[in-house]
Design a protein around this ligand. Structure first.
Ligand code: SAH
Ligand code: SF4
Length: 353
């Protein structure tokens, strides 16, 4: 992404690209490290703030590049402490990111695309269609903005975990995703460990195994149904990759010792939350190294599904437990500000703005 005068945005360059850019300006490559540090650790808004580099280089950077972050269009705080940001990108597209406070740290939910092409029938983002892929700078810019916000609010909790569970299907923006994940772990940059990163996908080929080979994060797979027929009803586009094929691919997924895949399963009241579904799911899980993360559906305006009955959620969980399937129930946060999973749709689309 470039600004209106067509200058490159320094935040869109990975480390090697920045190095090339700096060398192109006639400087030694090691200057790139300093500039990188200013960008990602000090979050400067202009080269003029880069006080340990020469005035001359600062001026040349100013002339030939720009530093553009997404703009915070809205900041909404939930009664449970969850904060949602609506961000506006340089071309006016909007995305959302959410900060979720846990007991000891904060988890940030990141967007990878503006909108989503997959159109899962229960997901608000899916109703928007795909606007476009996010760039390196737009993916990581969400983290810079979160850090600035935490600092400004004097939060005692540190940002620790990152989950790609906001808008978009990360593996359909593969190149920028992998580039951003590489940059994330740079010690002179954001310096976030790969172990703290989870990428959630409905299952895209060849992206899944390619992502596995990078070793740049853990994988969560949005399953939501234990049979092909039901999955095709809930997620028609994702289910073009048949369930048995998806499971076969996941069996080849490179896992570290004791590592497991996470299977996300959104419980939709009366649709996929019956005992028979739980038993089918147990059968499916017997073929892979995986654990199940149940999510009670957050009803979204205009979509034809209901939250599950808490008793059904408990019964579903128990069937898995009894068969020794590791299962957790995700607590939904930020419902009052539509920041919960699948409620990410920009307000202008929702029509309440
Ligand atoms: N596109 C990716 C990542 C973003 S969605 C994916 O689908 O995996 C992150 C998770 O939120 C997915 O598991 C998704 O199915 C779930 N989700 C979507 N809508 C939801 C809703 N209304 N309530 C609860 N979870 C939802
Ligand atoms: Fe896209 Fe994920 Fe929503 Fe499906 S659930 S429409 S893949 S964001």
């Amino acid at each position: 992404m470039t600004d209106t005068q067509g200058k490159p945005n320094l935040l869109d360059l990975n480390f090697h690209q920045l190095e090339d850019f700096i060398v192109g300006l006639g400087e030694k490559p090691f200057r790139a490290r300093q500039v990188w540090q200013w960008l990602w650790q000090n979050a400067v808004a202009s080269p003029q703030e880069m006080t340990n580099i020469s005035k001359d280089l600062r001026a040349r950077l100013e002339e030939s590049s720009c530093i553009v972050l997404p703009r915070v269009a809205k900041r909404l705080q939930s009664s449970d402490g969850t904060v949602k940001f609506v961000l506006e990108l340089a071309d006016g597209a909007q995305i959302e990111t959410v900060l979720i406070p846990e007991k000891t740290h904060i988890t940030q939910c990141l967007s990878s695309q503006a909108g989503c092409a997959m159109g899962c029938t229960f997901c608000s983002t899916g109703t928007m269609g795909l606007k476009r892929n996010l760039t390196h700078g737009e993916i990581l810019g969400q983290i810079l903005l979160a850090r600035a916000d935490l600092e400004a609010s004097g939060s005692a909790l540190r940002l620790r975990n990152l989950v790609f569970m906001g808008m978009g299907e990360p593996l359909l923006n593969f190149e920028h995703l992998v580039n951003a994940l590489e940059s994330l772990r740079h010690p002179q940059g954001l310096d976030i460990s790969t172990r703290r990163i989870t990428v959630s996908t409905v299952g895209i080929v060849p992206g899944i195994l390619e992502f596995g080979r990078t070793g740049l994060g853990s994988l969560a797979v949005s399953l939501h149904a234990p049979t092909q027929e039901l999955r095709a009803r809930l997620m028609p586009k994702a289910a073009r990759l048949p369930l048995d094929k998806l499971m076969e691919i996941l069996r080849q997924y490179p896992l570290a010792h004791r590592e497991k895949l996470t299977f996300e399963y959104v419980l939709l009241g009366g649709v996929n939350d019956r005992a028979e579904h739980a038993r089918e799911l147990v059968r499916l899980m017997s073929h892979v190294k995986g654990k199940v993360n149940l999510i009670a559906y957050n009803p979204s305006p205009g979509l034809p599904y209901e939250a599950p009955d808490p008793a059904d959620v408990e019964a579903f969980q128990k069937i898995l437990w009894d068969k020794s399937v590791t299962v957790t129930l995700r607590k939904s946060k930020g419902k009052d500000i539509f920041a919960a999973c699948g409620q990410l749709v920009t307000a202008s689309e929702r029509g309440d703005d």
